[in-house]
Write a protein that binds this ligand. Sequence first.
Ligand code: 6PG
Length: 240
Amino acid sequence: MSVAPDVRVHETADEQCAAVADFVVGELRAILARAPRATFALTGGSTPKRLYERLGARHGRDLDWTKVHFFFGDERCVPLDAPDSNFRMAHDALFAPLGLPRSGLHPMPAEDPDRDAAARRHERELREFFGDGATFDLAMLGLGEDAHVASLFPGERSVDERERWVLHIETRAKPPPHRLTMTLPVFARSRTLFFLVGGATKRDAVRRVLEPKDDADRALPAARVTARERLIWFVDRAAR
Ligand code: 6PG
């Protein structure tokens, strides 16, 4: 059963960034009002950088961020301090400015040269952390121009994975080629999942996913994303 998408369009990237920051803070505050911890799966790529920077710079006092556990929907198989590491981007923009302890950060083991073993190890850690119920209180995804999400690229076998939660993939769709990625079943167990999408280059992918015309559109990775309770699309006017 898939959840109907709630599409929220903002006129500019700045308006979108402010609105999504307020949304994230509101969600985390509501979760922490009823639970001792919150879980938040971040996305990589360039789009979320300004959101993370805004949260780190302006919202440090809005909640106890040390009660938030951060995960990553995918990671490039590069050192965690490499310029193209998703963890490095979130660390510099969000974790370091908030002074977060390492205990709440759950980077993917992207530096392990045995990538398949690293994927299985991270999956075990996730399964032990979440058990059989829902996974993330809050999860976010970006959108590729080809409608990929995380490191699940159109036409690749990983998109159809129904059992594993974390895979090592090798792709030519987006460098670097080796990546660890969560799979659609894991995202589907999130309580609330939101997309953060901006810019005219994403317009076609957004239309194909939200107004699919054929089975090819419906088979796109982003079109197959769902969540347990809420699925929200934050899209700026340029992308809509
Ligand atoms: C990654 C991301 C990837 C990203 C999209 C959009 O590791 O590359 O997880 O899925 O979210 O490619 O990237 P941009 O935000 O840079 O357009």
